[in-house]
Design a protein around this ligand. Structure first.
Ligand SMILES: Nc1ncnc2c1ncn2[C@@H]1O[C@H](COP(=O)(O)OP(=O)(O)OP(=O)(O)O)[C@@H](O)[C@H]1O
Ligand SMILES: [Mg+2]
Length: 288
């Protein structure tokens, strides 16, 4: 976990983080290295301030889920953390200013799966996944045996190896999503950022995805995922709740305070229940 020890800061692992603390969790007593840090991050799009000062410290070697209503700023935050959008404020990856990384270094370190991500429709599935190996390859160099092995492993992991020779445009929504997920995995990056990765996946492949993310963090990697599937998001280690361009709560998924904040962010239209040893989110029939 060399990347994790690079950061000198710590993340919240105890009680809830106080919203607005600067940066969240830095003063917490249990010391966990920080993989991703945002300090006063603001983004304005089309004249509207979409991110209104985000302070976050995300622990390394853990899975954090970002949850919140449509338009809360989740995608914008993920893009700002990946340096895909101009922003005010500071972002650090693995303890180093994000702006100090070269594009290639960052592409090897941070793998990205976007919301409704497009792709070249004519490319074969395996060539799409090979794009994830570009930051590892020399300029104009051919893929190495290592690159080909990484592509095959990622495609087998998301069960899309069987249609490796089919054009992306010929695949169903869920099949296509599994190819794009394989592309992100093929990067073999310590930081995995995914925006609504479960879109179009059927239940067995959602369960596979859970295992993939768990394995990534067990190997010391860090995952940050935006999810609307709240029951799946409750499987994460930490939850960040967003509303109207701000972080309104950060805490462990197992904590009651997180469940209460989660229900509040969705106007109590959902409730968190314990079922068969898992936390599940169900519609609240008694709408207040
Ligand atoms: N180019 C733009 N110009 C103006 N407003 C924008 C632009 N891009 C995004 N927005 C607005 O910024 C807000 C946050 O958008 P964002 O995509 O981050 O939301 P989100 O939390 O990911 O929502 P969803 O759950 O629907 O994916 C939204 O209100 C959106 O309409
Ligand atoms: Mg979004």
């Amino acid at each position: 976990m060399a990347h994790a020890s690079a950061a000198g800061l710590t993340a919240a692992r105890g009680d809830d983080v106080t919203p607005g603390a600067m940066p969240a969790g830095v003063q917490e007593h249990r010391r966990t290295p920080i993989a991703l840090l945002a300090d006063g991050v603001r983004v304005t799009l089309g004249g509207v301030e979409v991110l209104r000062g985000i302070d976050l410290a995300l622990p390394a070697g853990r899975w954090t889920a970002i949850v919140g209503p449509n338009g809360a700023g989740k995608t914008t935050l993920l893009k700002a953390l990946a340096e895909l959008l101009p922003h005010e404020g500071r972002v650090q990856l693995l303890g180093r200013e994000a702006s100090a990384w070269t594009h290639r270094e960052r592409a090897r370190t941070l793998a990205w799966l976007g919301q409704n991500q497009g792709g070249a429709e004519d490319l074969l599935a395996q060539d799409v996944v090979m794009l994830g190996r570009l930051p590892h390859q020399p300029w104009l160099g051919a893929p190495s045996a290592n690159d080909r092995a990484a592509v095959e492993a990622a495609m087998r992991e998301t069960q899309c190896w069987d249609w490796r020779d089919r054009p992306l445009g010929s695949l169903s929504g869920g099949e296509r999503q599994r190819v794009l997920l394989a592309r992100a995995l093929a990067v073999q990056a310590p930081l995995l950022l995914m925006d609504e990765p479960l879109a179009n996946l059927d239940p067995p492949h959602q369960a596979d995805w859970l295992r993939i993310v768990r394995r990534h963090v067990e190997r010391g990697g860090t995952a940050l995922t935006v999810l609307h599937e709240i029951t799946m998001a409750l499987h994460a280690d930490e939850m960040v709740l967003m509303e109207a361009g701000r972080v309104v709560h950060q805490g462990r998924c197992a904590q009651g305070a997180t469940h209460r904040a989660l229900e509040a962010v969705f106007q109590r239209r959902i409730r968190v229940h314990s079922l068969a040893g898992q936390w599940v989110s169900l519609p609240n029939e008694e709408v207040p």
